[in-house]
Structure formats: structure tokens, C-alpha cells
Design a protein. Structure first.
Length: 429
């Protein structure tokens, strides 16, 4: 995923968390990982997930967006305490690392957001996260409603504590939820904060037809037009979904450099629609990929997300649309650029951080092995369980398909316990 898209054969030498040599002839090091006949690639990058929802997997199925939010997700998010949130985030990080994702842009929740950062910190994953902001959501449970002042004050506190922490591996991005839950004043304050500190802004836009219609009734505009008018659009803004856009809004995305987080599985499962990604790409809009939340996917596996992103466009745009190499670029170097991190991650090059994964095509579903064209293998054949090693900042976090930084057996027990307690508190049991 360097500029020339070179595919190399040889050793990779890593020192102090940095890739020093590609195609290296060195054979000695403190640790040598044997990867013969395997594929090494940059760690995958997801530009839209919700770690706070991992524990809600299987608790909100077969619903459309607004019912999904009001009947299930908001009551469950409102019922989180520190321990259930920590468990949810740790489970999410574990699943992401096991399936080859090394970097995420995460939307947090309204309360106890500290727990999400603690879990990110513990797991070793690279992440940008932020407390979710909802200062104008009368239809949400009281526990998720807060004043603009309280939301911004908590945002500042968390930002001071976590932005650029863990050697720069953790960053903060304010995360107003979507137009229907935020006041104009909140959008203005978030924009000012992001401008003054150079952070991203992370939110949702134009996910569902009814939601887009409500936004139009409320503001007289489409989502992106509204954001553009509020000064929220720009190269450091990431909008999840962007399915229901006017032609003018597609142009506004391109003109402003605003990035789109495409989440095809969630868009299919919530029956939201299919974003016109090939058309956006042709116009020059920046697009990355994400699995969104486990209750609308139902997993965080980027290999299946890449495959879906490619396949759903082909019946409309033709078999050559969304070619494998392009989709892999969206999941690596282009995702890194959207997060403002492409100088350090997103490709395997000397001087970049050692965020990489090793794929072991050792099972029949990916045979025959070692063809001349690895991109199609990676997109259409490889599965999450083929991830053999995951390395972030030079640290091995998955070794031979098992988590290193997280105790899987303890996590399994704790997950069942916390999920039961969460459902009880939310009144769903
Ligand atoms: Zn989302």
C-alpha cells in the first residue's frame, strides 16, 4: 500500500515499534516471526465503529434505524454502567484485533466514556474515540440527555486526559451523534473545539430515508447541506453512511474534503439503503470503511465488510466497480488519510509505525495459495479467522490466532455476566 503498490517478498525488520527495513536481509532479532507462505499487510483501519455496543450484539435485530435506536440501542446505552461499558469495549477491541483491525475511529456513549478509553488503552489497539454528544434528544431516555454545557465540559475533561496518550496511540475526537439529537449551538461549539485543537469531528449523516426526511422538516435542508452551512464539513470531518444525498450534497462532500465512512453491512441489515460509493469515488469524495455497531452487523470483521463493500455495488455499477485493490486501499492507506494518520500508518514502509497483520492461508477456503495477484485473495477468499498475527506499535497483540493482551476465557465469562445485567437494567429481560 505504498505509492507504487509494490508487493514484496522478504523480511520486515522492526525496531522500537517502527518499520526499519522492508525486503530486509537481516535474519536475527530479539523475536523472529516465521511467516513463510503467508501474507503480511498493513493493519486494517475502520473509520466508524461503536465499541459501547459490542455487548448488545444480538439484542436489536430485524429493526429499521429509528426503531432500532429508540426501542433497543438507546435504552441499552442508557443502562450501561462503568463495568458493562468496559467489558463491551474490551470485547470489541479483542474481536477487532483477532480479525486484523489495528486502528479504529470509535463513537462512544454519553456516560462513563472513561471506561471505553481504559479498555482501548489495555487492549493495545490504536484508536480515536470520543464521548457521544446528545443535547437535544427528547425521545431518548433521560440518562442519555444532557445539557450542551455538561456535554462540552465532559468532552474537554476526557480530551485533556486521553488525547495523544499511550505514546500517541490514543486520540480524541468529539462525537455529536446526529442532527436529530444535537442543537445548533452544540454543532457550533464542537466546530470551534475541533478547529482550535485540530481534532476530527465524528458523526452520522443521511443514514435512513425517514431520518433524512425529519432532518429536512427540522432544518429545511439535507444532512450534508446543514453541516456545510454550520461549518461542520471539512477534511477533518467523518460522516458515517451518507446514503440519502442530493447531487448538490455529493458535490459539497467533494469540495469540502469531508470523508464518508461506508458501513455496507449495517446499511443492509437496518434496510437503510446502499450508498452510491462508486459515484462518490468518481466525484473524488474520500471514502473509508467501518463495521458500525455489532447490534447492526453483527460483528466487527473487516474482511467480511470489505467483501460486502465490493459485492453490493457490482449488480448496479458492473463487475469492474469496486476492484479488490481499491477496496483494500480504502481499508488501509485511505482510511489512514481520513484519520489524519497516513504519515505514520496505512502502509508497510520504512519509517512507518509497525502496525501490521499476518494472514495464514492455511485452510482449504483460500487454496490454491501464492498466486500472482494477492488483492483478490484478500478481498474474496481470506476470512477473519485466517489472521495469524496482529501487531500494533511493534507489539504482538494476536499470536497464532490468540489474543495476547486480553484473557479470552475471563472475557467470555465476564461478557455473559455483564450482558445479562445490562439487559436486566434496560428492562429487556
Ligand atoms: Zn454508527
Amino acid at each position: 500500500m505504498n505509492q507504487e503498490r509494490e508487493v514484496c517478498t522478504g523480511n520486515i525488520y522492526i525496531e522500537n515499534g517502527i518499520i526499519r527495513e522492508m525486503d530486509s536481509t537481516r535474519v536475527e532479532a530479539d523475536e523472529v516471526i516465521e511467516a513463510r507462505d503467508m501474507l503480511v499487510l498493513p493493519g486494517l483501519i475502520q473509520v466508524h465503529v461503536h465499541l459501547c455496543q459490542t455487548l448488545m450484539r444480538g439484542m436489536a435485530d430485524d429493526l429499521a434505524l429509528l426503531d432500532w435506536l429508540r426501542k433497543r440501542i438507546w435504552p441499552l446505552e442508557a443502562a450501561h454502567d462503568f463495568d458493562s461499558l468496559y467489558c463491551s469495549a474490551l470485547l470489541g477491541c479483542g474481536e477487532l484485533l483477532l480479525s486484523g483491525t489495528t486502528t479504529i475511529l470509535d463513537m462512544g456513549t454519553v456516560n462513563h466514556q472513561e471506561a471505553v478509553f481504559e479498555a482501548i488503552n489495555h487492549s493495545g489497539i490504536r484508536a480515536i474515540s470520543g464521548k457521544c454528544l446528545m443535547d437535544n434528544a427528547p425521545d431518548a431516555p433521560p440518562a442519555l440527555q444532557e445539557s450542551t454545557e455538561d456535554g462540552m465540559q465532559e468532552t474537554l475533561k476526557l480530551l485533556e486526559r486521553w488525547h495523544n496518550q499511550a505514546g500517541g496511540r490514543i486520540r480524541y475526537a468529539p462525537a455529536p451523534r446526529f442532527v436529530l439529537s444535537c442543537s445548533r449551538r452544540l454543532w457550533e461549539e464542537v466546530r470551534e473545539l475541533a478547529d482550535s485543537l485540530g481534532t476530527l469531528i465524528h458523526t452520522h449523516a443521511a443514514e435512513n430515508r425517514d431520518e433524512t426526511e425529519l432532518v429536512r422538516q427540522l432544518t429545511g435542508q439535507g444532512n450534508v447541506e446543514f453541516f456545510h452551512q454550520m461549518g461542520v464539513c471539512g477534511p477533518r470531518t467523518v460522516l458515517a453512511h451518507c446514503i440519502w444525498l442530493s447531487e448538490r450534497e455529493e458535490e459539497l462532500l467533494q469540495e469540502s474534503g469531508t470523508a464518508v465512512a461506508h458501513c455496507p453491512s449495517a446499511n443492509l441489515k437496518l434496510a437503510s439503503g446502499v450508498a452510491r460509493i462508486p459515484r462518490l469515488l468518481e466525484k473524488g469524495v474520500r471514502v473509508g470503511l467501518g463495521c458500525d455497531g455489532p447490534p447492526c452487523n453483527n460483528h466487527l470483521d473487516m474482511f467480511s465488510e470489505m467483501r460486502t463493500a465490493a459485492l453490493i455495488q457490482k449488480p448496479v455499477y458492473g463487475a469492474t466497480a469496486m476492484p479488490a485493490e481499491k477496496v483494500l486501499a480504502m481499508a488501509t492507506i485511505e482510511g489512514a488519510a481520513i484519520l489524519g494518520w497516513d504519515r505514520e500508518i496505512g502502509s508497510l514502509e520504512p519509517g512507518k509505525k509497525a502496525d501490521l497483520i499476518i494472514i495464514n492461508p492455511g485452510r482449504p477456503h483460500s487454496w490454491p495459495r501464492l498466486k500472482h495477484q494477492p488483492y483478490a485473495d484478500l478481498l474474496y477468499q481470506v476470512k477473519a479467522e485466517d489472521v495469524w498475527y496482529t501487531v500494533v506499535d511493534g507489539k504482538v497483540l494476536v499470536r497464532e490466532g490468540r489474543l495476547v493482551s486480553i484473557d479470552e476465557e475471563h472475557l467470555a465469562r465476564e461478557t455473559d455476566r455483564q450482558a445479562h445485567r445490562l439487559m436486566t437494567r434496560a428492562g429487556l429481560l
